[in-house]
Design a protein around this ligand. Sequence first.
Ligand code: 5GP
Length: 190
Amino acid sequence: MNKGKLIVFSAPSGSGKTTIVKHLLGKEDLNLEFSISAASRDPRGEEVHGKDYYFISLEQFKKHIKAEEFLEWEEVYRDNFYGTLKSEIERIWAMGKNVIFDIDVAGGLRIKHKFPEQTLAVFVKPPSVDELKRRLKQRSTESDDKINMRIAKASVELATAPQFDTIIKNYDLDTAKEEAYQLVKEFINK
Ligand code: 5GP
């Protein structure tokens, strides 16, 4: 099987990593395909099953864990499980494409450790925790409780940034998008 490169984007929720990943997916020269994670939470807003996530029940999720079908998985928030199925990476490699991930910091580092040479692990840093809070409130797709849970996790996640291959500061979105594009292009052509 053609084993393509793995591009990991990790960051606290609200840092803008999803926007950056979507931007990169639009760049044909990078030959990227999005790794669709399995998630045990309900779809939010416009999210579509099989595009944004494979939305599955907690019970189904636990069956996949038991069968060792995940490359990595995390209980990112209480009772919200997320994971990368091994079959997902195989699906993308079989297409002859590189894989791009939008996953939490623990999962991102796990992939880097499993495939150290093939993986570029990027941490997207928000300007501040206050700004993160403002962005999450503006998005207003979650309850205050859920937003607070995400904020509490952000400080712990920010501390892992030095373990990544590189850090992109998302203070200005257009600059961050361009920086991400150049970094990924260089890594893929290496
Ligand atoms: P959200 O609920 O906002 O879509 O995602 C919550 C967090 O879970 C985000 O940080 C997202 O990147 C992360 N996440 C999504 N998919 C995966 C995955 O497959 N594995 C891990 N470890 N984290 C994931």
